[in-house]
Design a protein around this ligand. Structure first.
Ligand SMILES: Cc1cc2nc3c(=O)[nH]c(=O)nc-3n(C[C@H](O)[C@H](O)[C@H](O)COP(=O)(O)OP(=O)(O)OC[C@H]3O[C@@H](n4cnc5c(N)ncnc54)[C@H](O)[C@@H]3O)c2cc1C
Length: 425
């Protein structure tokens, strides 16, 4: 009687989970890949969906299609709501899935620092639904400004607040400035979209805190030149349907706004709770050097859900290349275990950091290589096209960007219905 193949359950088909599944392609295992959505989302370009430059299908790809040729993998759309580590079961509403090896790769979600009620007024950007919701609120604000009956109302609708000065906040603020100053400049009759106020609020002393001070200053200057009000050392202390309350030094302030976007922080998915595991302040599961859960050799946690330290002792950052490296490592480790071979501990290779500020402006830090301005922007564009999944998406995005570069147009300016704000959990 043939021996049954070990069953590997992978939860989450993001960068980490998908890479783990692909790495196990030639290993004699049966893989079940569970995800609550039927597509893999390329989060680094979500802000382009939120700002009408790209359509959702251009940054997402059906998981089932990606793995269609991998005979040892079964893809199922199911939301995981618990894990029984002792009984080795993954729990979903569609039933329980037993496993021999488990890879938890459920990513992160936005953190409202204990104020989850703010999600109703300040959507974050993690999923396609978030991007279309933000797109709706941005474009609707311009429409409402055109209908406004007085100047105060008009000013409010033409004020956009982005909370958080990391790469996503910088990218969003730059893109909104471009929409207002270029894309929509001549499309309205009652308002001049170029007069829109875009405010980027950062609690820390500088933008892009993970980049060098030089690049952080470059980003601030480039945004300021695009007409963005950059407010550093300013903390949002309240969010409501009409704007945000702030603390700037010892003073309190208020900005009335037509749309508020949240890019201020992330917290890990609830995997630590499911596994009753030790976690860091951001909720990420603290794993061992081989990315396994301490005391549970066959349970691995990877990507944004895991708290791992690199060889230099610094935490491995929540970036797509880091998640992919972890997925690849765990895939190889499972294969090695089955073959009875040892594998050295996980080693993180820093593949650099990139952020774009607008057309012709980006910052890139790749070890000793430092790029900014147009060259940085070209590099950023090529890297993002290269890492997109699917030839069609690469081609469409490249052509769309070229067209947008020449015409300043954004082709996905649709205000569509969106579901009510979801619970961030
Ligand atoms: C707006 C934005 C911009 C970014 N820009 C960059 C960038 O420029 N460069 C970069 O390197 N990184 C960037 N990142 C970070 C990068 O996207 C993440 O580090 C990476 O996606 C982490 O991969 P992951 O596999 O851990 O999680 P994810 O890619 O988030 O995948 C998690 C998967 O788990 C699924 N899932 C979650 N919960 C459940 C559940 N309960 N049941 C079933 N399935 C579940 C989700 O549907 C998802 O498919 C950005 C992130 C965001 C949000």
């Amino acid at each position: 009687m043939p021996q049954q193949r070990p069953h590997v359950v992978i939860v989450g088909a993001g960068f980490g989970g998908l890479e783990a599944a692909k790495t196990l392609g030639c290993t004699p295992v049966a893989i079940t890949l569970l995800d609550r959505q039927n597509y893999h989302c390329f989060q680094p370009l979500l802000y382009q969906v939120a700002t009408a430059a790209l359509s959702p299908a251009e940054v997402a790809w059906p998981i089932r299609h990606i793995l269609r040729r991998q005979q040892n993998a079964t893809v199922l759309m199911a939301e995981v709501n618990g894990i029984d580590a002792t009984a080795r079961l993954v729990k979903t509403a569609a039933g329980n899935f037993p496993f021999d090896f488990l890879v938890a790769a459920t990513g992160a979600r936005e953190s409202y620092f204990g104020h989850d009620e703010w999600i109703a007024f300040a959507p974050g950007l993690k999923r396609i639904e978030d991007a279309t919701r933000i797109r709706r609120s941005l474009l609707s604000a311009f429409e409402q400004a055109e209908l406004a009956r007085d100047e105060a109302q008009r000013r409010r609708f033409l004020t956009f607040v982005v909370v958080g000065g990391g790469p996503t906040g910088v990218e969003m603020a730059g893109a909104i400035a471009e929409i207002a100053r270029q894309t929509l400049a001549r499309d309205f009759r009652q308002i001049d979209p170029r007069t829109a106020r875009i405010v980027l609020i950062e609690a820390g002393p500088r933008l892009l805190p993970n980049f060098s001070v030089q690049h952080s200053n470059y980003a601030r200057d480039a945004l300021t030149a695009m007409g963005v009000d950059v407010m550093t050392s300013s903390q949002v202390i309240g969010c409501d349907a009409r704007g945000v309350d702030l603390k700037v030094g010892l003073d309190n302030g208020r900005i009335d706004a037509g749309a508020v976007i949240w890019a201020a922080g992330v917290t890990a998915s609830p995997a630590a709770q499911w596994l009753a595991a030790e976690h860091d302040r951001a909720g990420r599961v603290i794993v061992g050097p081989d990315l396994s859960l301490p005391g549970q050799q066959n349970i691995f946690v990877i990507g944004d859900t895991a708290s791992v330290r690199g060889a230099d002792g610094d935490p491995v950052p929540g970036l797509a290349p880091a998640a992919k490296q972890m997925g690849n490592y765990v895939g190889r480790l499972i294969a090695a275990r089955i073959a009875g071979r040892p594998l050295p501990p996980f080693h993180y290779r820093n593949q650099g950091i990139l952020a774009t500020i607008g057309r012709r402006a980006a910052v890139v830090e790749l070890g000793p290589i430092r790029l900014k301005g147009f060259i940085g922007w070209l590099f950023w564009s090529v890297v993002h096209i290269y890492f997109l999944i699917g030839l069609r998406n690469r081609f469409v995005v490249a052509v769309t960007w070229m067209w947008g570069y020449i015409t300043f147009q954004r082709g996905a300016r649709l205000i569509t219905e969106v579901p009510p704000p979801r619970n961030p959990a």
